[in-house]
Design a protein around this ligand. Structure first.
Ligand SMILES: N[C@@H](CCC(=O)N[C@@H](CS)C(=O)NCC(=O)O)C(=O)O
Length: 248
């Protein structure tokens, strides 16, 4: 016997809502998986809270969403010159990064290693990868040294006279002007997307105001800096580098 029109409509709509409920159930997002024990144990960063170079490596790991343990190395107590640290970093400096059984040093080299092995913030083409290397070498050649020296002087960690201060100031401003010019052409330094070059150079530019360099004179650099700060996972040095060791 044919169903009366009303009953047929009711049963149709009931089966429709059962179907919808089923779909909603299956569309439920899978429970987000936390990092595995192997991921948690992979990296230990040795550093110092006030160290921009330690921050650069921590920032790379944070942006790559990779957990890491952190060991505080007291530069004040000279821990970086002790034998147990020199086996990790022959140069007696922070940072050092343990990746599994291997210790890596020199922040720019660490960034390149992370980009390559994590497959994040690396260049997408051989040309982009060449540009990452080129900019990170430039960063240490022209930008980092004058900015960090001026910052250290302002914080009372280095003493030098006005002549040297003016020299570093001129060098730092000339380097930031090169960056400003390049950033008129593209949003990111070495590729179409942010790469290790942006992270490394950000780790210097962030501290330019501590060297009495006002970034307002460099609008493209300022806009690029804001783009980095808007990336998911971004965190400031005080959020990433505790004053004490922290194990994950
Ligand atoms: N080029 C090195 C520089 C490292 C560096 O200068 N580290 C500072 C702290 S930010 C340090 O350990 N200073 C103590 C020293 O050199 O004795 C890098 O990128 O890792």
């Amino acid at each position: 016997m044919a169903k009366p029109a009303k009953a047929a409509a009711k049963s149709k709509s009931a089966s429709k809502s059962a179907k919808a409920a089923k779909t909603a159930k299956s569309a439920k997002p899978a429970k987000e998986k936390g990092p595995s024990a192997a991921e948690k144990n992979r990296f230990t960063l040795y550093g110092f809270a006030g160290s921009p170079n330690t921050y650069t490596v921590a920032l790379m790991l944070a942006l790559a969403r990779h957990p890491f343990s952190y060991i505080h190395v007291s530069l004040r107590d000279g821990a970086h010159k002790q034998a147990d640290f020199l086996v990790k970093n022959r140069y007696g400096q922070v940072p050092a990064l343990r990746d599994g059984q291997q210790f890596l040093v020199q922040s720019a080299a660490i960034l390149m290693h992370l980009a390559e092995t994590l497959g994040k913030f690396d260049g997408k083409t051989p040309h982009e990868r060449e540009r990452i290397r080129e900019w990170l070498f430039w960063q240490w050649d022209k930008l980092a040294v004058p900015v960090y020296r001026l910052r250290a002087r302002n914080r009372g960690f280095r003493q030098f006279g006005d002549e040297v201060r003016v020299m570093y100031d001129t060098e730092a401003r000339a380097a930031i002007a090169v960056l400003e010019q390049d950033l008129t052409k593209s949003e990111w330094i070495a590729g179409k997307k942010p790469t290790a070059a942006d992270i490394g150079i950000y780790g210097v530019v962030r501290f330019a105001p501590d060297a009495n360099i006002d970034l307002a004179h460099y609008p493209h650099v300022l806009a690029w800096k804001k783009r980095i700060e808007a990336l998911p996972g971004f965190a400031a040095p005080e959020q990433l580098l505790p004053l004490e060791s922290r194990l994950v």
